[in-house]
Design a protein around this ligand. Structure first.
Ligand SMILES: NC(=O)c1ccc[n+]([C@@H]2O[C@H](COP(=O)([O-])OP(=O)(O)OC[C@H]3O[C@@H](n4cnc5c(N)ncnc54)[C@H](OP(=O)(O)O)[C@@H]3O)[C@@H](O)[C@H]2O)c1
Length: 281
């Protein structure tokens, strides 16, 4: 079985490729990368590294998928372009005769108000009608998203949030990677996996974890969305990015990232990584 991973030089993709090599051997793994020069470590381990830019056309991408049985399509990070890019990849997979595609979506994609949801849902809907077997890996938030809170708190001693009482069931990237590997290497698959950490933490829990890591006091600075936006613009974010960040906190307040169905720990056969462990770096 040959398994290919897109965006393989990204943080999540790197975990997935390394775990696949450990489990199956390098000869079963194809790393699809935008920039092959960034993938020298994979090539040195014996992985077949192929150029794969989501902005290419279907024929170009289809040729790069020759001989691939299963594909992990990791969502890109060029906001606003991703739905179109992912559709091209799905068309290419179908044209190349790939038997199974797993797509990294977002937790609760069918009803989440998270600003990233639209592009994920569009991709899910396109994949569902493509005529290829598929799974949606609806990933919750990464623990590592909060490493920036540690850096900021060293100066400010606060965690700034407009998420109110909202909770986040985050897990480490390595956990989500292990789940992807389980699904890719399994014969029995679900269509939808809602993947999240075992524990949904509050903003106070986040502040406590950050305080423990920096060894100093950290308080929650709870503000409303308008004040949060104003503060972010004051820190130098442009309006669109400030709206995006505030939109995420509004979605967290609504509970969109708080689900704890336990599917991630079930898939990986162990508890998910606690937030503080990832924040210690
Ligand atoms: N669940 C969460 O908390 C969370 C947080 C942030 C992002 N995400 C989503 O999850 C994805 C994976 O997370 P991550 O941490 O691995 O993100 P990351 O480190 O930013 O990696 C993004 C990857 O997408 C690749 N990429 C971007 N545009 C591309 C294109 N046009 N063609 C081919 N590859 C392209 C990048 O290629 P290069 O290596 O060449 O740059 C990179 O490998 C992200 O892209 C984003 O969609 C999820």
């Amino acid at each position: 079985m040959t398994i290919a991973v897109t965006a393989a030089t990204g943080a999540l993709g790197t975990h997935v490729v390394n775990q696949l090599i450990d489990q199956l051997g390098a000869e079963s793994v194809v790393a699809l990368v935008r920039n092959p020069q960034k993938a020298s470590a994979f090539a040195e381990r014996g992985v077949d590294v192929r150029p794969f830019d989501y902005s290419s056309d279907v024929d170009t991408l289809s040729a790069q998928l020759a001989g691939v049985d299963s594909l992990l399509l990791i969502s890109g990070n060029e906001l606003g372009q991703r739905a179109a890019q992912h559709k091209t990849v799905i068309d290419a997979a179908k044209q190349a005769g790939v038997a199974f595609v797993a797509y990294t979506s977002v937790l609760n994609a069918d009803h989440s108000t998270n600003p990233v949801t639209g592009e994920h849902l569009a991709t899910e809907q396109y994949l569902a009608q493509a005529g290829v077997a598929y799974s949606f890996l609806r990933n919750g938030w990464y623990n590592e998203n909060y490493l920036s809170s540690v850096d900021t708190a060293r100066q400010s001693h606060v965690v700034l949030t407009s998420a109110g009482d909202g909770r986040v069931a985050s897990a480490a990237r390595a956990d989500y990677a292990a789940a992807a590997v389980t699904v890719l290497t399994s014969e029995q698959r679900e269509v939808v996996y809602e993947l999240s950490g075992d524990t949904a933490w509050s903003q106070a829990d986040l502040a406590a974890a950050v305080a423990e890591v920096i060894g100093d006091d950290v308080a929650v600075a709870a503000v409303d969305a308008a004040a949060h936006r104003e503060a972010l613009v004051g820190f130098g974010l442009d309006n669109a990015m400030a709206d995006f960040v505030v939109g995420i906190d509004t979605s967290i307040e609504a509970g969109d990232l708080a689900s704890t169905p336990g599917q991630l720990s079930n898939l990986i056969g162990r508890p998910t990584t606690p937030l503080i462990e990832s924040l210690r770096g």
